[in-house]
Write a protein that binds this ligand. Structure first.
Ligand code: NI
Length: 226
């Protein structure tokens, strides 16, 4: 399931993040690339242990914790601390798949990457190119969102970032391990949760809604690993 989540960050938060990012010390993006992706990756990245990355990462994680759409779709167990990248002057990232396991630097914590996330921090009209292109069974999808919006997609999918031929594309990218590793099962739970919430907005709480809510939690109990 690919899901666009609008306004994860407010315009004010985006502005603050951009200001800090433009003053930060950037490195070559290959610091976190695997063997295969290093060959096609050409961008700039903030080192994960930089003060700016940590502070902005915490802002993002706090915003996500309050975001019901994200929590329902992702059912997060462990979230890798957000990283930040910058593409400019023709930089791109060729077709690749994200590494299955990420160790959080400086800790023994390993995160299985079930879902990948990108939060756009530049407005679409500030740069040319820079689309995140996802190959899935329904064909390819080209994603370029407003600053502050996020896309959530299965880490199993092949994806790339097209060359940024004009302007600068700033973004945050990271991964999470879901309590429900199966994309299919997670999608079923998400659809059910959305339907129950919509019903609850239309009708007063009825015994049937209570029962459906019970079914949702019983499925989650069957499928979740914590
Ligand atoms: Ni990737």
């Amino acid at each position: 399931m690919l899901l666009k989540i609008p306004a994860v960050l407010s315009k004010q938060q985006v502005e603050t993040a951009r200001k800090a990012l433009l003053e930060a010390q950037w490195s070559d993006g290959n610091i976190t690339a695997g063997y295969q992706s290093a060959k096609t990756k050409n961008n700039l990245q903030l080192p994960g242990d930089s003060q700016v990355a940590r502070e902005l990462g915490d802002v993002i994680l706090a915003a996500l914790a309050q975001n019901n759409l994200f929590m329902s779709a992702a059912l997060p167990n462990k979230i890798f601390p957000p990283l930040f990248n910058c593409y400019q002057g023709g930089q791109s990232f060729g077709t690749h798949v994200d590494n299955a396991i990420r160790q959080v630097p400086g800790t023994p914590v390993k995160v299985r990457t079930d879902l990948s996330m990108t939060i756009f921090l530049s407005e679409p009209d500030e740069y040319e190119g820079g689309e995140l292109v996802m190959e899935d069974t329904f064909g390819s999808q080209r994603i370029k969102l407003a600053a502050g919006d996020m896309v959530l997609y299965p880490s199993t999918s092949l994806h790339r970032v097209t060359p940024v031929t004009k302007g600068r594309r700033l973004a945050s990218f990271f991964w999470l391990q879901s309590m429900v590793s199966s994309d299919e099962k997670r999608s079923i739970l998400f659809d059910m949760d959305m339907a129950i919430q919509a019903l609850r907005n239309k009708l007063d709480d009825s015994p049937e809604i209570v029962q459906l809510t019970g079914v949702y939690h019983n499925l989650l109990r069957q499928w979740a690993q914590t």
